[in-house]
Design a protein around this ligand. Structure first.
Ligand code: DER
Length: 252
């Protein structure tokens, strides 16, 4: 209950700080923490939330928005160049530079599209997600979304990159076969040694399987058959013109 309470408190603080009543386009992530974000938004006056459209990051997120009675937005209908005002989403692990591992809920691809479409991406996560180096608290590996036909070769390439163990994510009880994402693809969870935010003197990125967050993120996306991965890295939203993968703030 302590964890659920910490999620609820973090979510209401994040909404209080970052959801301005003048906003009209809100991105909603996936997972269990973002449920508390929607609850916090639903406690605002209807006169405010009825002026807003809410952009989902997958089937669960869409159901959440509809269950709250909120208006659904379709990000493909946004006028060119228009951004969402804010996006709220969870994370599996957060390092001090606010790099994230996401994808524990297999929703990372649409989450990254919506997060980077927002002027402000705000991460809400319970205290278990706080980490000094990505890969030390979240041990399931970095979620990588892969086209089914490429899975075996992606597994080989991950091994060559120094992954300490990569495997296809199994389906859940009641669904035979591998996990199938909202995009009809597969998830490979690839464990690596703890990721660094900067390289030690004289070391090359990837040497002996030790990577920086940015270095590994750029390598993963190059592997043929990889559609997206769960490392949210680079500059944060306020430092860059367009949306950023990293949040501008994290609430625990
Ligand atoms: O899949 C995802 O990226 C989700 O945001 C997930 O990482 C957070 O899930 P949780 O809020 O249930 O911990």
């Amino acid at each position: 209950a302590r964890i659920e309470e910490s999620k609820r408190l973090a979510a209401s603080q994040a909404v209080q700080d970052h959801l301005l009543p003048t906003y009209t386009h809100i991105g909603i992530g996936s997972g269990s923490t973002v449920v508390y974000v929607v609850d916090a938004i639903a406690s605002l006056p209807r006169s405010v939330t009825s002026q807003m459209a809410f952009y989902p990051t997958g089937d669960q997120s869409r159901d959440l928005i509809k269950a709250a009675g909120f208006r659904l937005g379709y990000i493909e209908d946004l006028p060119r160049g228009q951004m969402l005002d804010v996006c709220f989403d969870g994370a599996d692990e957060v390092d001090p530079a606010l790099n994230l591992i996401k994808g524990g809920g297999a929703c990372l691809l649409q989450e990254k599209i919506v997060a980077t479409a927002a002027r402000k991406f705000v991460c809400v996560a319970d205290f278990r997600k706080i980490s000094k180096n990505l890969g030390t608290e979240w041990k399931q590996g970095i979620p990588v979304e892969v086209f089914p036909m490429a899975v075996p070769r992606v597994l080989d390439e991950l091994k060559r990159l120094g992954s300490t163990g990569a495997k296809i994510r199994p389906g859940t009880p009641g669904k035979a076969g591998a996990c199938v994402t909202d995009n009809g693809l597969r998830i490979v969870d690839a464990a690596f040694k703890p990721l660094l935010t900067q390289l030690p003197e004289g070391k090359k990125d990837g040497e002996e399987g030790v990577w920086t967050v940015d270095g590994l993120a750029r390598r993963l996306i190059e592997i043929p058959g990889v559609a997206e991965h769960g490392l949210f890295y680079g500059k944060s939203g306020l430092e860059v013109e367009s949306g950023a993968q990293k949040p501008v703030a994290a609430y625990f």
